[in-house]
Design a protein around this ligand. Structure first.
Ligand SMILES: NC(=O)C1=CN([C@@H]2O[C@H](COP(=O)(O)OP(=O)(O)OC[C@H]3O[C@@H](n4cnc5c(N)ncnc54)[C@H](O)[C@@H]3O)[C@@H](O)[C@H]2O)C=CC1
Ligand SMILES: O=C(O)C(=O)CO
Length: 328
């Protein structure tokens, strides 16, 4: 006798190949027009589902979880960061949470490196000049940026993506510095020629470029507070492809406007999709619409991870990417 397929609610459009496979394996409910689901729609989904597949834009908070039906046993996040989910509440209700780590590391590191290059070398300003048709030709002092070769890169959060950025930056001649909750093993430090800073404040004051790669948790909310941003050198650049909430965005925007920081490359924002207008009109800022992991290959790999997590869980085993409150 065949077992009933689990009801799996997917909150956003996924690549066709992923949706097709999910439909073969599960009783899959898709979001055909890809609209961001309201809290009311999410509440209705958790009431009926065996498994919810949310993405980084869905807020699965305690109020939504309070409405979970008796069958909801797994939230298989289509995303690496889990700051969109109240993991503790889910855990207390006996609902497991999984994510999709690893498969978006290299893509996100590539985009970070692109920002580390683009901001000091004024690439978006150059693009605007070309688009305006107002370029009058080469001159020795035209649009001079700053060299990154030989400069100090300070990485906050030396996990998967932080290390992948360090590998790239090393190849571009930067020296690698990092601050992390815990010091990474010596062989990793040696390979990356990385210097550990126990004090984030001291590291910030000495870096030419600072790149953020820690998750957004209660402990990292505004980790780069106004006070800490003001410790950075005036000629330094800030890059953030982690989460907007880690930085005090208003203070950052004001400092960039006042010239108290040289520039910023931002892929993530405190109130996405809203962006502080001061950042939008600042020529020394490169903004991307949360594209860090946005490759077709990455999205398919994420889908595969979601499917493996659901299948493993439904077969009665521990899913490979289980997230526990103690890990956050
Ligand atoms: N822009 C984008 O599209 C993407 C953004 N992300 C973001 O990148 C983040 C990092 O991803 P991974 O490198 O895979 O995670 P990871 O878990 O491998 O690394 C995070 C590192 O941050 C450290 N950390 C945690 N709290 C800290 C604190 N208070 N101070 C200093 N360090 C702290 C951890 O010890 C760990 O080493 C994700 O949580 C997500 O928010 C991830 C994928 C794509
Ligand atoms: O997975 C994540 O954490 C993202 O930010 C989007 O890929």
């Amino acid at each position: 006798m065949s077992r009933k397929k689990p009801i799996v609610f997917v909150t956003r459009k996924l690549p066709d190949v992923v949706e097709t496979r999910m439909r073969e394996l599960f009783d899959t409910r898709l979001n055909a027009d890809d609209h961001p689901m309201t809290q009311a729609e999410l509440t209705a989904a958790v009431a009926e589902a065996d498994v919810l597949v949310p993405t980084v834009t869905d807020r699965i908070d305690a109020a939504v979880l309070a409405k979970a039906g008796p069958n909801l046993k797994l939230i298989a996040n289509f995303g690496n960061g889990v700051d969109n989910i109240d993991v503790e509440s889910a855990n207390n209700r006996g609902i497991a949470v999984t994510n999709t780590p690893g498969v978006l590391t290299e893509d996100t590191a590539d985009m970070t490196m692109a920002l580390i290059l683009a901001v000091p070398r004024r690439m978006s300003e150059g693009l605007k000049v070309m688009e305006s048709g107002e370029w009058t030709g080469w001159s020795p002092t035209f649009m001079l940026g700053r060299r990154i070769w030989g400069k100090r890169l300070g990485i906050i959060g030396m996990g998967r993506i932080g290390q992948a950025v360090a590998r790239r930056a090393l190849a571009f001649g930067m020296s690698i510095h990092y601050h992390n909750r815990r010091r990474v093993p010596a062989e990793i430090e040696d390979r990356l020629e990385a210097t550990y800073w126990e004090s984030l404040d001291q590291m910030l004051a000495r870096m030419d470029v600072v790149s953020i790669h820690c998750p957004h948790t209660p402990a990292t909310y505004h980790l780069l507070s106004g006070r800490r941003l003001k410790l950075m050198k005036k000629e330094a650049y800030l890059v953030n492809t982690a989460r907007g909430e880690v930085v005090d965005e208003n203070t950052l925007a004001r400092m960039l406007e006042a010239g108290d920081l040289a520039g910023a490359g931002l892929d993530v924002f405190e109130h996405e999709p809203a962006v502080n207008p001061k950042l939008v009109k600042n020529d020394h800022v490169v903004l991307l619409p949360h594209l860090g992991s946005a490759t077709l290959e990455g999205r398919i790999d994420m889908g595969e991870k979601v499917i493996i997590n659901i299948k493993t869980f439904m077969d009665g085993h521990r899913p490979p990417d289980r997230v526990l409150p103690s890990m956050l």
